[in-house]
Every structure is written in C-alpha cells, then in structure tokens.
Design a protein around this ligand. Sequence first.
Ligand code: RM4
Ligand code: MN
Ligand code: MN
Length: 419
Amino acid sequence: MLINKSQIDSHNAKHEKSHLKRFEAISSILSDEGVHVKDILEKLKSYQIAIPSWALSTGGTRFGRFPGLGEPVTFEQKMEDIGLLHAINRSSGAVSMHIPWDTPKDVKAVKQMADALGIQFDAMNSNTFQDQPNQKLTYKFGSLCNTDAAIRQQAIDHNLEVIEIGKQVGSKSLTVWLADGANFPGQQHQRKAFERTLDGLKSIYKELPEDWFVFTEHKPFEPAFYATVIQDWGTSLLLAQKLGPKAKCLVDLGHHLPNCNIEQVVSRLIMEGKLGGFHFNDSKYADDDLTVGSLRPYQLYLIFNELVDGVPGGDLSKSGFGWMIDASHNTKDPLEDLLQSVEAIKIAYAAALIIDRKELELAQDTNDAVKAQEIMQHAFRTDLRPLLAEARLQLGGAINPVEFYRENHVRAVLARQRG
Ligand code: RM4
Ligand code: MN
Ligand code: MN
C-alpha cells in the first residue's frame, strides 16, 4: 500500500486552520523567550528514527502472541510498512535490519526499494541468541563467551556475514546484543567469560570496514537470569575501550535495573566519546519494550537534555549516533505504536532544544536547585506538538499521524492485501 499525496493533502486541509492557530501561538511565545523556532524546526525535520525490521509485527511474551491482521511477512513487506510510516510522519526514514530474521533474498532489490522509499540503513543486528534451523552448533550455553572455540567461531562468522550484508545495503554499523551469561551462580567463570567475549569481539572488530562502528548492547538479565556477560554500561564501556575507536556502546532504555539514572549513563558515554546509539522503548520493570514515552516521558526528556548538551549545536542528526525504536507493542497495532513512539522521541528532543541553557548553567553554578528545576520543567511542560506538526507539514507529512492512519483505514487495507 502506498500513501498518496492527495490523502495527505485532504487530511492536512481539514486540520490546517487549527494547526496554524496553535503553531502561531506557540511560536510567538517561544520567540519572546528567545527561542529560534526556525532552527528548531530544521533540527526536527532532519532527525530520523530507525524502525527495526522486527517491530512491524505484533510482539509477544513467552506466554503467547496475539498477531493482528495484515502483518508483513517478507522483508519487502516490512520495508513497505516503514515506507508507510515515513510517508505519514517523515521521521522514520531508516531501517535497522536483523539477520537472519530478515536476510533478504535479493539484497540489490531491497536496496533499490529502500532508495525509492527514501529509507536509509541504520545499524545491522546480528543474532547469536537463538539456534537457527540447520545451524551446526548450539548457543544454549552462549555464543562469544562459549567455552567451546568452535561455537565461538561460528558466532564470529555469523557477525562477519552480517557485516557483509550491511556493506551491500549501505549500513555503517553493527549492533551486537548477546544473550550470553549464566542462569546459576558458579555456572560460569566470570572473568574467563568476559575474556572470551572480548576475544570474539576483537576478531569481529578486525574485519570492520574503515568507516564502520560496532556497538555492544548491555542488558542486566534475561535470558540469562543470574548474570549476563555484558550486564551494564560499565562492562560495555570496558569492551569499547579495549577494542578501539570504532567500538561504542549502545543504550537500550529498557536494559537497566529499576531506577537506574540512564541520563547520567548517557552523559558519561558522550563525555568519553563512546556513545554509539539508542534503542528506544519504555518500561516500568525492565525490558518491557513498551511504547516510548508511555510511562516515563520526563526521563526521556532528561536523556535528550544530555544529548542536546553533549552534541555540538544540539543537532542530533549530525551526531552519527544510531537512533532506533526497540519496542514490542504486544496489544497494539504495531504501526500505530511506532507512530506514537516517534512522536514521543521528537517531543523530548524539541523540549530539550528549548531549555534556556545559559540560565540553567547559571543556576547550576550558583547551586540554585529551585531555579534549575523551574527551567527544566518549564521546557518540559511547554506543549511543543504544534512544532512537530509544522515540521511534518513542511516535509509533506500528515499533521496528525495516528488520526491520518485511522481515517485512511491503513490496517484494513493491509489486511485485505495480505490477509
Ligand atoms: C533484546 C535486545 C536486542 C534485540 C532482541 C530481540 O532484548 O533489546 O536489541 O535484538 O531483544
Ligand atoms: Mn535492544
Ligand atoms: Mn531488549
């Protein structure tokens, strides 16, 4: 299914008047506050968030999955769905591929399709956390950390294959998330498991193209319930430091123990030049993979505050970091959920851009906690949705993405086409 311009135009025509009223009101308030609205619009317009190829279908839990209608089966259909999202919100112009879930039969054709839809290839994701049909050796006791050298080699070879596919589509990075770890105390020699993992990553690092990065993604538990090998950002940073300048750390928001100060982790990683990118989601407990911003929008905003502060000019599209949504939308239409997630990310970004940084610094330097909180919460509580809508409008997207999706019965059309 393709979204045509007349659908977008008729949606926007219906909303334009009320949008303009809201946009002009907030623009004039922001200008009075010394904010350059045009500059913010440009930043919002150029900031793209990658959709992982596995997020277009309804997720599940280990207890069950309740798939919806019209879900994509082939990688081409997944690309088509990302194209739909991008046509609606003009902010989802990138895909993050997972191998082997989405190994394309014809890489060239997939690249052509992406080009036609205006979609870039973000980080590649390897998978050594499951056994695939016809796989020689099992990852039951880990991949890169495994005590068996042949299994470690199999995992290394898989990652090298992923890089090869990535090169063909124009990706520039590889994300390695390992399920490696132990379920029982004493099961695994902690230091040796780390050293074997580091050795494996070194072999992968050696084969990285010049202009590529490798990201390690930490996670404190699950599927290993006693200890994972890359359990937190400390271990991830250690690996990145030992590997070299092309190794960085990927922060999945759900991969932290409750109450972890993620914005501080982000700040430290930027400071060390070791932040690689994000997997956005939200959670109450751990790796819940809920819609971004559905539970802790303030935390998300604090993370963007660190990003805007840490990236020159606050222009995140030029940061080189990877930006991906990693959510599961168990009971929602995945496309609607992704539209909501992208919106939440951009709201947090916009709010971080309007923080009065000079005043904030002054408050911090004079230990004025009250003033600092006023400044931070003022930006957070300013309704910036009209800016997002305006950015979309300028790029030919829909003023109200979810409403557009529903008005045009996108899911019903997909269901009719795909069954
Ligand atoms: C993990 C992690 C990875 C993702 C897998 C499917 O929890 O978030 O990024 O590839 O799930
Ligand atoms: Mn993730
Ligand atoms: Mn996860």
